[in-house]
Design a protein around this ligand. Structure first.
Ligand code: TRH
Length: 388
């Protein structure tokens, strides 16, 4: 019989929490045939990345997942056999108490944030007994090495991307209202938090020797872009041109269309967690802005991913990628943006080749959905044996 799963997602801010929880939920249904309920406390944020979601429904079915509004107080609900609290969100007290009454108890997983830092492998899979209830919570860490929980990816992702690229991107660009790119043109997508380095990047693009077109789905960087253009506001559908530099504001895309944008662009600026991973699977060069944290903890994350990502690159190309990412993340002692961009341009071909190689190497970490299902199956079996 297929196991039942409850995934809880508390949308803190932005789209990463729901983006990842949703990707995981639909993968578990589609590829593993599991019975999945996804509890979400902000269906409006969900609707942004998946427009068929109705923000007011208490329960709805989407792609085979039962999507439930997580409301307070939480209605009495029988817990599933497997419970995931995404990113350590606090489960409803009544639900937790009901978990404690189950025999055998549910397999309880805390799905953690992704990091390339070395400590992740040591912490992946660790158990933590609940202080009061007869429950054990396991820490499941995504990561970039086989000893971690791996990375989210659909089984057919590489095939879909290859087919998209093979069939040409003309139709995709037309749907966005753009012509196909000129031979020398560089298309760049931009998804970023507010960033002091952004105006200098726009300056660099506007004096580039070759045409640069930047595609920006509506998001937090828009006010900075408007200020740079000296306009009061910007909205989806607008195009602004400065010399050979064009800036297109796009509507916020659904998750699948955003993948297409990443696949179609020559370079992607991404942020947080999920868009960063999708940009790596896109096999195109990327510049990552880590989610800003107190005490600059995100600098360690940036350096840790850089250490992996630049492996196998020649010295100069590795220096250029590191310089650009470090400057984009506000680290001290980096060259200015004009120099970072000129250096990136000079290494573009090498970085494009490397992005393909890196994408192939990423698979070695394993797919998160498969690894999670394997991990849970072992726990479910041992649970049966210890509770005859
Ligand atoms: O939105 P984010 O900044 O989310 C962040 C991070 O996940 C961070 O780790 C977390 O702590 C913080 O939220 C609370 O960036 P991220 O992770 O890239 O998530 C964006 C999601 O939005 C991702 O699933 C891709 C999706 N997306 C679209 O569906 N359409 C779009 O047009 C764009 C730009 C993104």
């Amino acid at each position: 019989m297929r196991s039942t799963w409850d995934i809880f997602c508390n949308v803190v801010d932005n789209y990463g929490d729901i983006g990842i929880a949703w990707r995981l939920a639909r993968g578990l249904v589609r590829e593993h045939g599991l019975d999945v309920r996804l509890w979400v406390d902000d269906l409006h944020a969900f609707q942004c990345i998946w427009p068929t979601i109705s923000p007011d429904a208490a329960e709805q079915s989407c792609e085979g997942v039962r999507v439930c509004a997580w409301r307070t107080p939480f209605a009495v609900t029988e817990p599933a056999q497997v419970v995931i609290d995404a990113f350590g969100c606090t489960l409803p007290e009544t639900y937790l108490a009901a978990m404690g009454m189950q025999s055998p108890p549910p397999v309880w997983i805390n799905l953690e944030y992704l990091s390339a830092e070395p400590w992740v492998a040591e912490h992946h899979g660790l158990a933590s007994p609940h202080p009061r209830l007869p429950l054990t919570r396991y820490f499941f860490f995504p990561g970039y090495t086989p000893a971690t929980g791996g990375l989210l990816a659909e089984a057919d992702l590489a095939g879909r991307r290859a087919a998209f690229v093979r069939s040409g991107t003309g139709a995709f660009w037309r749907r966005l209202g753009l012509d196909a790119p000129l031979a020398e043109e560089l298309r760049v997508s931009l998804f970023a938090y507010e960033n002091p380095a952004l105006p200098d990047l726009l300056d660099a693009w506007s004096v580039d020797m070759r045409p640069v077109t930047c595609l920006v789905p509506e998001s937090r960087a828009i006010p900075q872009l408007a200020a740079w253009l000296s306009v009061a506001r910007l909205q989806a559908g607008e195009m602004h041109q400065r010399g050979a530099f064009r800036l297109h504001i796009l509507p916020f895309l659904d998750q699948d269309a955003y993948d297409h944008l990443l696949w179609a662009c020559n370079l992607n600026f991404v942020r947080g967690e999920d868009s960063c991973v999708r940009a790596q699977w896109a096999a195109r060069p990327l510049v990552w802005q880590a989610y800003p944290q107190a005490d600059e903890a995100h600098w360690d994350k940036t350096n840790a991913l850089l250490a992996h990502y630049t492996e196998g690159l020649d010295r100069e190309a590795a220096r250029v990628v590191s310089g650009m990412w470090r400057h984009w993340n506000g680290m001290p002692d980096t060259a200015d943006m004009a120099a970072c961009w000129a250096a990136w341009r000079a290494q573009q071909a090498a970085l494009e080749r490397h992005a393909e190689v890196w994408c192939g190497r990423l698979s070695l970490a394993g797919r998160l959905g498969d690894k999670l299902v394997d991990f849970v199956e072992i726990k479910l079996k041992s649970r049966v044996f210890s509770n005859p």
